[in-house]
Design a protein. Structure first.
Ligand code: V47
Length: 361
């Protein structure tokens, strides 16, 4: 692949909505940005027109003490962050009280892998939130956290999943996927949930009739081929279960961590990766430009490159802001809505499962 004729054929294939292979996915990067953007935008517009989805959510990261060692992480207190913390249930509930008053519909909880806190600490927090606010959607427990609990406490994936459901977790976030290629993964985060375990845990969750998201951490030491491989492994699982709502390419943030990276991705490379995700993932409805890692301005442009979702207002964010992202204090609702509008898109407040709640015409 690579010569002009083959690229012309590739464009035709995309227009005809034919499924692309690994090699064809890699070849998409050879198209110029505008051609690629137009292909992705056609798919996006056919499905969602000019609608751009977001939700009013609050991220809570209840502890940063971590047993695992991921080179890209600046949040974990076991690496460069000397300020260890673990929130009590009362502290978590106080945050939820405030967020509820401010209009949050979703609480997104992601913790480090804290060996000092038992399964009860995790589950008790979910239960207390759900008892007090039954209408709040709890998106919690990455596959990496589930895997950590099974390793630490000798219980099975099924048992953790049962507990999550019993204690009020509604959906699973997409974290912990990083990059599925085993060699790169071994270098990045040896010892953490493996790629096949990550997929297996989501499969189990979907088999219970539940929904989840999937992420990909990119722009560090992985190759373009590794990204395509990651995306296609998700496409294969989605064919089987249909349980993924959104795919979220996370742009690697470089500060305060132990990963040495030579070349950071350009805006062009990031936009191409969003567009390619939209083209390859013919079975995952939503592609999220997570403004936290893309920067808000690039996320707004990504709406023209296949992305139909910008996550949400967030309120507070600790993982990526520890590594340099400008997201520590989230984004005000009015600003968020106005920026989407002035970019020519229609902001649509959604719930966590993409039911439309309010259209800002
Ligand atoms: O899995 C860690 C990533 C993820 C860095 O499901 C980093 O809706 C960039 O998964 N640079 C957790 N990223 C966050 C996450 C997420 C975020 C928003 C929405 C959803 C969703 C999920 O944060 C981890 C890891 O890949 N991360 N360090 C870093 N230096």
């Amino acid at each position: 692949m690579g010569d002009m004729m083959n690229l012309v054929n590739l464009v035709e294939k995309v227009k005809n909505k034919e499924r692309l292979t690994q090699k064809e996915g890699e070849a998409l990067y050879e198209l110029d940005l505008y051609t690629l953007g137009e292909l992705a935008d056609d798919i996006r517009q056919e499905r969602f027109g000019k609608k751009s989805y977001f939700n009013i959510n609050r991220h809570i990261n209840p502890t940063n003490i971590c047993a695992d060692i991921c080179k890209f992480c600046a949040y974990s207190a076991s690496r460069k962050n000397p300020n260890q913390y673990t929130m009590s249930h009362e502290e978590i509930l106080t945050i939820v009280d405030n967020s509820y008053k401010l209009g949050a519909k979703e609480i997104h909880i992601v913790s480090a892998h804290n060996p000092n806190d038992g399964v009860d600490w995790y589950m008790g927090a979910f239960r207390k939130i759900k008892e007090k606010y039954p209408s709040l959607h709890i998106k919690a427990m990455t596959a990496a956290e589930i895997d950590f609990l099974t390793r630490e406490y000798g219980i099975s994936y099924d048992e953790v999943i049962d507990l999550m459901i019993e204690n009020g977790v509604d959906s699973m976030p997409g974290g912990g996927a990083e990059i599925f290629d085993e060699t790169v993964r071994e270098y990045l985060c040896k010892g953490k949930v493996t790629s096949s375990q990550w997929l297996d845990i989501h499969r189990k969750w979907h088999e219970r009739g539940r929904e989840s998201n999937a992420t990909m951490l990119f722009g560090h030491i992985e190759s373009r081929a590794d990204r395509i491989d990651h995306i296609l492994r998700l496409r294969t699982l989605q064919d089987e279960t249909g349980g993924f709502n959104a795919f979220i390419p996370l742009v690697y943030q470089r500060e305060n961590n132990f990963l040495k990276v030579k070349d950071f991705p350009t805006g062009q490379e990031i936009l191409k990766t969003y567009a390619i995700s939209r083209i390859l993932l013919d079975n995952i409805a939503h592609i999220k430009a997570y403004w936290v890692t893309a920067s808000i301005n690039l996320a707004l442009i990504a709406q023209e490159f296949g992305c139909d979702d910008l996550d949400g207002t967030i309120e507070k964010e600790s993982i990526q802001s520890s590594a340099g992202a400008k997201s520590a204090n989230g984004m005000g609702l009015d600003d968020f809505v106005n920026m989407i509008k002035s970019g020519g898109f229609t902001p649509v407040e959604r719930d966590s499962l993409y039911n439309e709640l309010k259209i800002y015409e």
